[in-house]
Design a binder for this molecule. Structure first.
Ligand SMILES: C[S@@+](CC[C@H](N)C(=O)[O-])C[C@H]1O[C@@H](n2cnc3c(N)ncnc32)[C@H](O)[C@@H]1O
Length: 226
């Protein structure tokens, strides 16, 4: 199940998915933050993408971290998970072996193509590839059990981070889970860990559904600082 994608400079996204047999055209309004322009390194070629992968594999164990995410999100063979900013497939390729469906979303066509080639090589047929971003990916399938967003959110300014998280929430079933991993740059804030924990507690008391479940239910279990 693969998704043919195309994207052009006028920010019109065309996403055709065999599974849904429909064409979805998403046009971002002009006032919206241009997430393509500020998406970090422009991974325009497969070679650059391959270099990213070999560099990251020197200090990351993709299998180990993916297993940890799967456990924290309680994913199993019935689960559908969206990997937002999937990159080379650090999580997607592993999760596809454990979950029913993985929807791999990335702003970069080269990243997606690299990941698609790896998936083909490994005989994985349950990944839907979709070119789009945190602010522009339109989730047309049934609501997902979980979403994963690793080392991507920092690409957006704070205001748009909130918009991205709100959009992400709308893609999830009631009680759906989000695994968010990102970079916190050194700041003048004292006791950042305590502040983040308080923020998570405040969301938990505001929300209609409990955030976590299973063994990762404590704040410390859900938040890890790097
Ligand atoms: C540092 S890589 C992380 C990739 C992957 N999640 C991983 O764990 O290796 C950041 C990825 O986010 C993508 N990206 C950047 N801005 C994005 C956005 N606004 N929406 C979706 N993906 C974005 C980039 O194309 C790149 O593939």
């Amino acid at each position: 199940m693969f998704c043919k994608v195309n994207i052009d400079s006028t920010k019109q996204y065309m996403c055709w998915q065999e599974e849904y047999e429909r064409i979805k055209i998403i046009t971002a309004p002009k006032w919206q933050y241009n997430e393509i322009k500020f998406s970090g390194v422009d991974y325009s070629g497969i070679d650059e993408v391959a270099a990213y992968d070999s560099m990251h594999k020197k200090f990351r164990d993709y299998t180990k971290s993916s297993e940890d995410i799967i456990r924290r999100l309680s994913l199993d063979s019935d689960s559908t998970v969206i990997d937002l900013g999937s990159g080379t497939g650090a999580f997607t390729l592993h999760a596809a072996k454990k979950c029913r469906t993985v929807i791999a979303v990335d702003i970069s066509a080269a990243m997606l193509e690299y990941c698609r080639q790896q998936a083909e090589r490994e005989g994985l047929t349950n990944i839907v590839f979709c070119q789009g971003g945190l602010l522009t990916y339109e989730h047309v399938a049934e609501l997902a059990d979980a979403a994963v967003c690793v080392a991507v959110l920092h690409h957006l300014p704070d205001f748009w981070k909130l918009a991205a998280l709100t959009r992400c929430c709308a893609m999830l079933k009631p009680g759906g889970r989000l695994y968010l991993f990102d970079i916190v740059f050194p700041s003048g804030e004292t006791d950042l860990r305590q502040k983040i924990n308080e923020w998570i507690e405040s969301i938990e008391t505001m929300g209609r559904y409990p955030i976590g479940r299973g063994s990762g239910n404590s704040c410390e279990g859900r938040v890890q600082h790097i």
